[in-house]
Design a protein around this ligand. Structure first.
Ligand SMILES: Cc1cc2nc3c(=O)[nH]c(=O)nc-3n(C[C@H](O)[C@H](O)[C@H](O)COP(=O)(O)OP(=O)(O)OC[C@H]3O[C@@H](n4cnc5c(N)ncnc54)[C@H](O)[C@@H]3O)c2cc1C
Length: 405
């Protein structure tokens, strides 16, 4: 068996930052980093923004760290390797090639992939989802030849794709089941303001609608909604949520049903010597006294580094307020905290004419904020959210040491 002292499953921002951190803290250990993608550390942020709007941006620009940089650190990067099974008792993984690999310590950082809609026609050519560089190149190629597009999904990714395609000159219809954009996580005022920014630039919003089928008709696609609405376009792109890449852990008891890998505030799973970080981790977050996921780029890097430190002898609670920044046409938007936990919203600064700040509360506790427009004290709000966690964090006591059986 090909044994690693540290085996990192997934070479996204979480896995790569963990591998670098481990190497910095342990110069001798054998570190192996596995990914099924052809390249490590894709900048997925670019893929729904600049990469889609500009044909001049080559795919290589979306690779944050080239494979050479891992070789220079004596990290054994293995691309195009699919993990099929992890046996926590034997401390080993099995790859699609049949190879088995043992580990001393292991990090699960396998991220997530786009959900598909269980409707007839979703598999038709011309229907796209977006996660990898290959997905983005295929979508861009379709967009090059299209004059119209239908985007399905009213979340962040759906809105970003709609803007990018519109900026390319396509006529875009955005269909979402929520009554306002980001309706599953944002207050109505914010969702409507974002919607107005998109409508003002010509995006046709069809909200409160459920897609029931996609048909191939006369060389185009026709997206059918439950209320009979039919929208035709040569290109359909969907951003309808994610599924966690955890199939190789089926039957281990380490999964939170439908929600990835269960970890404690130290990012430890319930198996010895096994941690998880990034999109895939359903972590007990002391900031919010709640188990949840954060699917953000910076968060994945912070959590990867943190896991790397804990795997090499530290034992620190992971405690950070996450943040997502985007720009939809001219509208800057920042989200901090955990908006999905908010039970009610107030306005710190009224949401009007593309500016304002909304605060999300769970009982009496500030848990999230949306800032529209440049400026605003979003950093200070993030600190406020974090400060409230201090008392909770100090009550946490270690439950076991890293790597202990
Ligand atoms: C289009 C798009 C735009 C985004 N824009 C933003 C943004 O503007 N701001 C922001 O904060 N966040 C953004 N995100 C989210 C952000 O990119 C993710 O939260 C982040 O990439 C998560 O990092 P990760 O390391 O946990 O997982 P990933 O980046 O998904 O990496 C997972 C790794 O695991 C590998 N893997 C998975 N399964 C297997 C397997 N079975 N075998 C082998 N390898 C496997 C993958 O190949 C990959 O190397 C965006 C995401 C997308 C898709």
């Amino acid at each position: 068996m090909n044994d690693a002292d540290y085996l990192i499953l997934g070479a996204g921002p979480a896995g790569c930052r963990a591998a670098q951190t481990i190497r910095r803290r342990d110069r001798q250990a054998r570190v192996i980093l596995l990914t099924e993608e052809p390249v490590p550390f894709t900048n997925r942020i670019l893929l729904s923004k600049e990469f889609l709007t500009s044909d001049d941006l080559p795919p290589e620009r979306a690779v944050v760290l080239p494979p050479d940089s891992f070789h220079a650190l004596a990290i054994e990067l293995r691309t195009r390797e699919r993990i099929e099974r992890l046996d926590p008792e034997a401390r080993s993984v099995e790859l699609a090639s049949g190879e088995r690999m043992g580990y001393g310590k292991c990090l699960v950082a396998t991220g997530s992939r786009p959900l598909t809609l269980p409707v007839p026609g979703f598999e038709l050519p011309g229907v796209h989802t977006l996660r990898t560089i290959e997905d983005a190149a295929a979508l861009r190629e379709s967009a090059r030849r299209a004059d119209r597009a239908v985007v399905i999904g009213g979340g962040l990714i759906g809105a970003e794709i709609a803007c990018a395609l519109s900026m390319r000159g396509l006529r875009v219809t955005l269909i979402a089941r929520e009554a306002w954009l980001w309706g599953h996580v944002a207050p109505e005022t914010v969702g409507r303001a974002v919607g107005e920014a998109l409508s003002a630039r010509g995006i046709d919003l069809r909200l409160g609608r459920i897609v029931v089928a996609i048909h191939a008709e006369g060389g185009e696609l026709a997206v059918e909604c439950g209320d009979g609405l039919l929208v035709r376009a040569p290109l359909v792109a969907a951003g309808v949520g994610v599924r966690y890449n955890v199939e190789f852990l089926a039957g281990t008891g380490l999964l939170e049903p439908g929600r990835g890998v269960r970890v404690n505030p130290w990012l430890e799973t319930e198996a010895p010597a096994l941690w998880a970080a990034g999109d895939v981790a359903a972590f007990e977050d002391p900031v919010f006294c709640s188990r949840h996921h954060v699917e953000h780029w910076l968060h994945a890097q912070h959590q990867g580094r943190h896991a790397g430190e804990n795997m090499t002898g530290e034992r620190k609670v992971y405690r950070r307020v996450s943040r997502y920044d985007t720009r939809l046409f001219d509208l800057a938007v920042s989200v901090v905290g955990a908006p999905e936990l908010a039970e009610r919203w107030t306005e710190e600064e009224p949401i009007v004419a593309g500016t304002g700040t909304a605060l999300g509360w769970s009982r009496e506790r500030l848990v999230a904020a949306y800032r529209l427009g440049a400026g605003g004290a979003i950093e200070a709000i993030a600190r406020r959210i974090g400060d409230e966690a201090e008392a909770v964090v100090s009550e946490l006591t270690p439950t076991r040491s890293p790597g202990s059986p």
